[in-house]
Each structure stands twice: as C-alpha cells, then as structure tokens.
Design a protein around this ligand. Structure first.
Ligand code: NAD
Length: 454
C-alpha cells in the first residue's frame, strides 16, 4: 500500500473510466472461455478499486452489484460501460437487499467491501447461499463473529477468502521467499502494524472523502461515515491484519503454528481531538467528543512455536506511512523501515546493515517475476492485482484460497482480544484455536507457486 493518496487518485480515475488501459487485460494464460460470475456487495472506494481490476480480467463476468448509495452504483455502472461490460443486475434498495443478490443464480462468487460491521454477516450469508465469498479487511469484530465465520465455512463447505492484499506486496513476497528458503534461519521475532495517519480519513467535509473538514457519521462520507465511531467507542487495535497477515503467512499460523496469547497496552487519546480543534476550531461540536481509542496501541503475541510478534496500531497522529515490518531469525533480520537487511556471514560488513534492495531483487517471488509488469497499475503498487488473481482463480476451481476462514478469524481476533487486554490493564488474553486442533497437521499453504490455477 504505497499510499492512500495513490489509491484515491487511481480509484477516482477509475470512477471516470479514464484509466481503462488496454494493457491491463489479464486472466488465465490458457483461458478457454468459461468465466467466473462475480457479484459486488459494496462499491465504495475499495469496492470500485476491486471492480476496476475485475473489469480487466478476461475470466470474469460482473453479473451483479449492490450498494445502498445510488451515487456509488452510478460510478460503478459508468466504469462497467467504459470497460465495455454488460450491465449487471443492480441491488441496494435497502440494507438487506444484498440477500437478494445472493439468491441470484447468475452469481458464483461475491466480493464484500462494505463497512466493518457488515463483513461477517454478509460473508456468512454468502457462504450459506453457496457463493464463494471474499471479504475486505478486517473480517470480524468480536470473537463470536470469528467463530461464526469458521463454523459457517465448515457447516456449508463453501469457501471463503479474506482479501488481505498486503500479503501480496512485492517486498513481503520476497521476504516470504527468503523465509521459506530458510535464509533467516529459525524464526524468532516479528514486528508489524498499521501506522498510517488516518485523521484526514476519519474526518471529512461530507463531499471529499479525504483531507478536508472534521465531520463524520451522517455528516461525513466514505470511511468517515462509519470508521470514526470505532475510535469513539472502542479502545483497541481495530485494524490489525495489514501487518499481521504477512507475518502469519511467514510463520505458518494455523498450519503448524498458532497464536497462543496476547497482551495489549494503549496510550492516551490525544490525536483526534487535537485534529478537530486544529482544523475545525475549539467551538466545533465535535471538539466535545471524547475518543476512547488510545493513539498508539501496542500488542505482543506469543506463538506455539515460541516466536513473539509486536503489533502496533497508530492512526491518530501525524506520521509517515509504514507497516513497520521486521522479520528476525537466528541468522539475521529484515526491517522495512530503512529498507535494510543483516545476515551474519553474508552481509557485506560485519554488524552493519545491507541495503535490502539487492536482496529483495534476488528473492523476488515467482509470481511477481512473471506478472509484475501487468500488476503495476492495478492499485496499491500492484498487490491488488494479485489478491484478485488469487481469489478469481481459486473461485473458478472451487479450491481453497491462500487466505481462508481460519486465517481471517485468528488475524481479526486481535481486535477484540486487544480491547479485552487493555480493559484489564494488559492482562494476557488467550487466542481461541479456530482450527480445533487441526493446526498441528494442516500443511502450510504453498505460497511459492507461480499460479493459483494448479
Ligand atoms: N485492503 C485495503 O487496502 C483497503 C483499502 C481501503 C479500504 N479497505 C476496506 O474496505 C472496506 C470498505 O472501505 P471503503 O473505503 O470502500 O469504504 P466506503 O465507505 O467508501 O464504502 C463502503 C460502501 O458500502 C456501502 N454499504 C454500506 N452498507 C451497505 C449495505 N448494507 N449493503 C450494500 N452496500 C452497503 C456504502 O454505501 C459504501 O458505498 C472496509 O472494510 C475497509 O477497511 C481496505
């Protein structure tokens, strides 16, 4: 995720249809004509980003879209028309109209990109309706919802994919390649998080999604409409998976390893109030609001294989964007900040960092080597191309996706467990074993393959 601004720019262009570059016409190499019939639930900023990437896949037909905001439907329809795609069935006359989309037999699979509180219930309904269901991050907000995802997947036998795009970022996949080739040696410690100044996202002026105004809720648009309330009512890490997902793939969580327990601590809440006062003035009604969410939330997780993972949530203060990755094993470590690697006996100078660039090139993932050029331009530096590719190709064959219901449940569980730990002065919280013991024998997903249709 190079930057939200980049994403906004691309999505805005996609909204006008001007970015429909013919170069981005991808799909199976051996594409034989069969198409995945895809429905979209939620075509806000993120949903239209996925729609943009789906339009360019030869193996996808977009048969239905649903959104309760008719402006977003209009934008999506224009994108489809500009991409010379057939008009899909439209849904969105009320908040439950997505259930009618799920009854449409012309839909094989759905992408859900709605506000967080809808994710689990929509995904569950999707699986119950037999649709291969994919949901945006985060998947679930409570431990009960995490179990609901897993239980519904097991009861229905319908596949579910969690759309954590950062798992497909080029540097992450190169480091994953290094981990799988044992370059770092036995794994010990990881750091990750979501460190992104979202003050201009949590508030806006009701017209522009980002960077202007201090309104939210009914007076805001896009994420300010729903995301900000989580900072008022909840004190915890509400967005853990961009950081946690990539690390979980590296240390095989739910596949030979699992999260055991977690402690979390929160700083005081200063940033959002300060922002409202600075931008809207001390007399603005929102200056009276007391925000619960601490500006910086720090959680430490222990795994069954005796690794530790520090996860940071930092979205209410001025700071440059970073997911703060560190991957450390017995031989050395990679840190994203500073773009640096140190490997004992292999780095140029003893006890000094190597610039990571050449290492990351050397271990570039086969998928990126093959499709990197196509991917560039698909959004978020290309990782959105790969998350869509993984989803479509897995759904076409009705096979398990790289990131499944167990992953979604255990990564998303960080949110309620962090809230419980903070509420109890940092008391350790145990992770439920969402695999019910199966993590011992589940094999790691083969992340190193160069296609998903095999
Ligand atoms: N993976 C990423 O990089 C990334 C980036 C941005 C957002 N996201 C995630 O994507 C999701 C959506 O975010 P966004 O920025 O697009 O938000 P948004 O507010 O712009 O879009 C959400 C859309 O859902 C629609 N909606 C709400 N309730 C609905 C219902 N019951 N039925 C149908 N439509 C409904 C809204 O009208 C809106 O158009 C969030 O979970 C967010 O965290 C992920």
């Amino acid at each position: 995720m190079s930057s939200r601004r980049d994403f906004i720019r691309k999505t805005a262009i996609a909204g006008t249809g001007a970015a429909l570059a013919p170069k981005l016409s991808f799909g199976f190499d051996n594409f034989a004509g069969e198409k995945l019939k895809l429905g979209f639930i939620g075509v806000g900023l993120r949903g239209t980003n996925h729609l943009h990437n789906a339009i360019f896949r030869k193996d996808v037909e977009i048969t239905a879209i649903c959104d309760i905001d008719s402006n977003r439907i209009d934008i999506a329809l224009k994108m489809l028309a500009d991409g010379r795609r057939k008009k899909p069935e439209i849904y969105g006359k009320n908040e439950k109209d997505y259930l009618n989309l799920l009854e449409n037999s012309d839909v094989d699979a759905v992408i859900i990109a709605t506000p967080w509180l809808w994710h689990t219930r929509m995904a569950i309904d999707g699986m119950k309706a037999g649709k291969y269901s994919a949901v945006e991050v985060s998947a679930s907000q409570t431990i009960e919802e995490c179990w609901d995802l897993v239980n519904t997947h097991e009861e229905t036998g319908t596949h579910f994919m969690f759309l954590e795009n950062v798992c497909f970022r080029r540097d992450i996949m190169a480091v994953l390649n290094m981990v799988k080739q044992d370059v770092f040696g036995e794994l010990l410690h990881f750091r990750c998080g979501y460190q992104h100044d979202l003050r201009g996202v949590k508030f806006n002026n009701g017209k522009d999604a980002y960077g202007k105004g201090v309104e939210f809720g009914e007076k805001g648009i896009s994420e300010a409409k729903w995301r900000t309330k989580h900072s008022i009512y909840r004190n915890g890490d509400t967005y853990p998976t961009h950081g946690m997902g990539p690390i979980a793939t590296m240390c095989d969580i739910n596949r030979g390893n699992r999260f055991l327990s977690m402690t979390s601590h929160a700083t005081k809440a200063v940033g959002l109030h300060r922002y409202v006062v600075n931008v809207g003035g001390k007399d603005h009604p929102n200056a009276k609001i007391k925000f619960r969410q601490g500006d910086i939330i720090t959680s430490t997780i222990e795994t069954a294989n005796n690794e530790t993972i520090i996860v940071t949530h930092d979205t209410n203060s001025p700071r440059p964007y970073s997911l703060g990755f560190r991957v450390q094993g017995a031989n050395g470590l990679w840190e994203v900040d500073g773009n640096r690697i140190y490997l004992e006996g292999h780095s140029e100078t003893n006890d000094e960092w190597d610039d990571a660039t050449d290492w990351l090139k050397k271990y570039d993932h086969p998928l990126w080597q093959k499709y990197g050029e196509e991917a560039t331009g698909a959004g978020h530096g290309g990782m959105d191309y790969f998350v869509m590719k993984a989803f479509v190709e897995s759904a076409m064959q009705k096979i398990a996706p790289p990131i499944d219901a167990y992953d979604a449940a255990s990564w998303s569980a960080i949110t309620p467990l962090s809230e419980a730990s903070i509420e109890n002065n940092g008391k350790p919280q145990e992770f439920p074993d969402f695999t019910r013991g199966q993590w011992i024998k589940r094999k790691p997903y083969n992340w190193m393959k160069s296609e998903y249709n095999m």
